[in-house]
Design a protein around this ligand. Structure first.
Ligand code: NAD
Ligand code: TYD
Length: 369
């Protein structure tokens, strides 16, 4: 029996990927509702959803996924048939400094959400529904250089409190399908980048630090490999999983872009130097940037102490998603980085507001210092 998603509850919709997904889904048309349910932690930002209030299909609810009663009320009030679950603590470095919040939100919060969904959709006569859980390739652990990429049956081997908490949530989602018949799907994706990403993550952090003439911290030797996925490709994959994914299944989503961290950092240096060299207005806007001072951004690269438990390599085999969902990434890493730079240059007010808020405090308490 095929399922057609209609009214969505998007947990974590004020975060990076969630906000991109909400915009992507609404832009596809249709008259179903999109209700964002978000606790607005440091990573949740109403500015990520700016302009959507005018859309009658969109609503925002301020709430915590750990609050099962509030989630149930939201499911009831908005006739929700589909949950797209992004809400999480998402930054590995923070999980090293303070794992408790990761266990609370990612494990207990996902469980509260599952309980609410089960009570709402499965009590009495079951209603058509879908619970989609957004997870990460980090649950599979670390690959050696010659290892084949992660596939859906790769054994779980999480190495950070973050990935362990996501692994726990994945297992709970699976168990609610196997035990209670909840119609679940899971996508495990690689590192995302693009608009609205909080500047604690590698790509926006480096981009903004180049513009401000700040050091570019590269952990260890910088030869760790990630498979970079442009956020729009990820949003497309989730929409496909909602529409074509089979209940109880897991789909890996990758970007076909395995790249070493140092290569990402050097590429951003070269691209931003080139932008500033060609645009006097940008040099005036960012006078601390090396290109505005006759230097090169590469000079800002600073190798710092490695992250404890740092995974060496992630790579994704997305053939199942290609076969069953018709998914393929469409944005190359070169094009994706160019688009990301365009967006951050055009939205300086968005990231400058964050620097004033939490970013400085985070940088000051980072374990690297
Ligand atoms: P993010 O940190 O940018 O956003 C998380 C959002 O969840 C924020 O809006 C925050 O306010 C909200 N939130 C946190 N705790 C909450 C709670 N208890 N109740 C309700 N809302 C809460 O994260 P992101 O990068 O957009 O990641 C979204 C999802 O994708 C996460 O589940 C993450 O594990 C997964 N993922 C992310 C990446 C990546 O590269 N960013 C890669 C793979 C998987
Ligand atoms: P990050 O964006 O934190 O994502 P994840 O840890 O989920 O992969 O980091 C991406 C890679 O970049 C990771 O190998 C750690 C590294 N990194 C740095 O070298 N310097 C930094 O300042 C940050 C934030 C990350």
């Amino acid at each position: 029996m095929s399922f057609v998603p209609r009214n969505l509850l998007v947990t974590g919709g004020a975060g990076f990927i969630g906000a991109n997904f909400v915009r992507h889904w609404l832009a596809r048309g249709g008259d179903g509702r999109v209700v964002v349910y978000d606790a607005l932690t440091y990573a949740g930002n109403p500015a990520n959803l700016a302009g959507l209030d005018a859309d009658p299909r969109y609503a925002f609810l301020h709430g915590d996924i750990c609050d099962e009663a509030a989630v149930r009320a939201a499911l009831e009030a908005h006739a929700i048939d589909t949950i797209v679950h992004f809400a999480a603590e998402s930054h590995v470095d923070r999980s090293i400094l303070g794992p408790d919040e990761f266990i609370r939100t990612n494990v207990l919060g996902t469980h509260a959400l599952l309980k609410a969904a089960k009570a709402h959709w499965l009590a009495g006569a079951a209603r058509p529904h879908r619970f989609h859980h957004v997870s990460t390739d980090e649950v599979y652990g670390s690959l050696a250089p010659q290892d084949p990429p992660f596939h859906e049956a790769t054994p779980y081997a999480p190495n950070s409190p973050y990935s362990a908490s996501k692994a726990g949530s994945d297992h709970l989602v699976r168990a609610y399908h196997e035990t209670y018949g909840l119609a679940t799907t899971i996508t495990n994706c690689s590192n995302n980048y693009g608009p609205y990403q909080f500047p604690e993550k590698l790509i926006p952090l480096v981009l903004i630090n180049i513009l401000q003439g700040q050091p570019l911290p590269v952990y260890g030797d910088g030869l760790q490999i990630r498979d970079w996925l442009y956020v729009e490709d990820h949003c497309r994959a989730i929409a496909l999983a909602l529409e074509r994914g089979r209940a109880g299944e897991v789909y890996n989503v990758g970007g076909n872009a395995e790249t070493a961290n140092l290569t990402i950092v050097r590429t951003l240096c070269a691209l931003i130097d080139r932008r500033l060299a060609a645009a006097p207005a940008l040099r005036a806007a960012y006078p601390q940037s090396p290109a505005a001072r006759g230097g090169r951004a590469l000079e800002l690269i600073t190798h710092v102490r490695d992250r404890p438990g740092h995974d060496r390599r992630y790579a994704i085999d997305f053939r199942k998603a290609a076969r069953e969902l018709g998914y393929a990434p469409s944005v190359s890493i070169e094009h994706g980085l160019e688009r990301t730079i365009d967006w951050y240059l055009a939205h300086a007010e968005w990231w400058r507001a964050l620097l004033g808020r939490d970013y400085a405090a985070w940088v000051a308490t980072n374990y690297r210092r």
